[in-house]
Design a protein around this ligand. Sequence first.
Ligand code: ATP
Length: 235
Amino acid sequence: MLEVTDLHVRYGAVHAVRGVSFSVADGELVTLLGANGAGKSSSILCVAGAIKASSGRIVLDGKDVTNATPESMVRSGVATVPETRDVFPDLTVDQNLTLGAYLRRRDRDGVRRDRERMFDMFPRLKERIEQPAGTLSGGEQQMLVVARALMSRPRVLLLDEPSLGLAPAIVDQIFEMIAGLKAEKLTILLVEQNARKALQVADRAYVLRLGQIAVSGSAQEIAASSDLDALYLGG
Ligand code: ATP
């Protein structure tokens, strides 16, 4: 479904992504792992259309989408939850959700049904429906940005470090939610520093080191490999 080939990303003199190739099949959950600065966020943001590739190819369902705009990626069915977890702080939970369906605003009935579905999936958000999003806890904000992304009815969900900075109990809830989305056959690309947790939910994994793929394989194989910590820590 999604195929990235020989991707390079440069920020001025910094060559952050150096020839990365990976794929995500329909309904698959693939995780990109690696230490700080390995190039995970740059890779996922390139797929989202948020930053430009300096070279390489990104193909979605056989169509070349390299350096497409973020809006056209959403229209193509790719929704992104960035690491920055950026809710609209002064808008309510409900208003934030509605904005996620911005490109579907003519489909009023569908949007209404999906809003109900999100509140079923995330009861904590339902309890806080009129609360300004900026006053939610970190974990609740993470749930909201995921729910907002799902309101675009994506076929592919890009998740950048969803567990970052959250308390362990909340991290468990986030991974339960990801497992639930996978069970619904959503195609997911998950960037994580929490390698052990990510490998528990993923089908396959790629470990990045210094902008390149150091290892890839099934999540089970990668989890069982004794040098995971060395790879993950860049050692
Ligand atoms: P982290 O887990 O810390 O987010 P990461 O694996 O996601 O790390 P990236 O954020 O993709 O890594 O960063 C890869 C490299 O690119 C790093 O050396 C980083 O400093 C650099 N980099 C990222 N964004 C920029 C930018 N806007 N300008 C310059 N350099 C950047």
